[in-house]
Write a protein that binds this ligand. Structure first.
Ligand code: ATR
Length: 247
């Protein structure tokens, strides 16, 4: 996605993947400084550990509790988080969601949930977090200012405008975290899972008359946020989305 965007924008840069074991994380960051690497995207399992090794972690990333992007600015390594922007942009731009004052449900209470809840609360949504382990949902709700929390089974009794799945249910399997009967007609349903492209949750949501946003868009928009953070230019979303499809 990034390389397709560089090509489209005529930027002389290359985006490469590095498999860094946790024991080498500090050395990898020293390498980033020494080599003058402009930006790193940070993925599992480094999103938390990396925070202690940076010169600065911006307020947003600190509140979310995770860094997914490190940008080198004047020799300083600055950590940010574009996962929340990705979730919000996907909902707003792909489904036309008007989040202010909306009732949103987030399924799951892991790292992806933290970003989604942060973004939704920031946009003025009233957020309910539901998780298999309800205590984790309650902790997250308290930390990020969500309205309430509970077990996944609470969904049957709730009305909502937006539903976001951040659990790993449906990842490379034909399974959904919720029964089809609890999907509301006219709601917007987004899945963080992007493999398969259309998860069972999204398929059932369509059948129930909900508007769907595929996980691909969350991924594309968080990558677009990274690109825009250091190029200061609008990311070519559709070029990046096509690169995702091709891959
Ligand atoms: P990520 O960082 O991608 O969000 P994570 O932190 O491992 O991943 O979180 C995974 C989420 O999926 C959790 O909310 C987890 O629920 P628990 O907190 O109860 O573990 C949820 N999850 C994983 N497998 C699940 C399953 N089979 N049914 C329901 N929820 C599941």
């Amino acid at each position: 996605m990034h390389n397709a965007a560089f090509q489209e924008l005529g930027i002389d840069a290359a985006y490469l993947a590095f498999d860094v074991p946790p024991s080498d994380l500090a050395a990898a960051l020293a390498g980033m400084r020494a080599l003058g690497i402009r930006q790193l995207a940070v993925s599992i399992p480094h999103k938390l550990a990396v925070m202690a090794l940076l010169d600065e972690v911006n307020e947003t990333a600190r509140q979310i509790g995770a860094v997914n992007t490190i940008t080198q600015e004047g020799g300083r390594l600055v950590g940010t988080n574009t996962d929340w922007q990705g979730a919000i942009a996907a909902l707003e731009r792909q489904a036309g969601a008007d989040l202010s004052g909306s009732r949103a449900i987030v399924l799951g209470a892991g790292g992806a949930a933290r970003a989604a809840v942060f973004g939704l609360v920031r946009q003025g949504a009233s957020v309910v977090i539901l998780n298999r382990t309800a205590s984790k949902a309650a902790d997250l709700a308290a930390a990020l200012g969500a309205a309430s929390a509970g077990p996944l089974t609470d969904l049957a009794a709730l009305d909502y405008d937006v539903l976001v799945n951040t659990t790993s249910v449906g990842l490379r399997e034909d399974a959904s975290p919720i029964p089809e009967s609890s999907i509301r007609e006219g709601s917007i349903v987004m899945d963080a899972v992007y493999d398969p492209a259309e998860t069972r949750l999204l398929r059932e949501a369509k059948r129930r008359g909900a508007q769907t946003v595929a996980g691909k868009w969350w991924l594309v928009y968080q990558a677009a946020g990274q690109l825009e953070a250091w190029t200061q230019r609008p990311a070519p979303i559709h070029v990046m989305a096509r690169a995702f499809d091709d891959a």
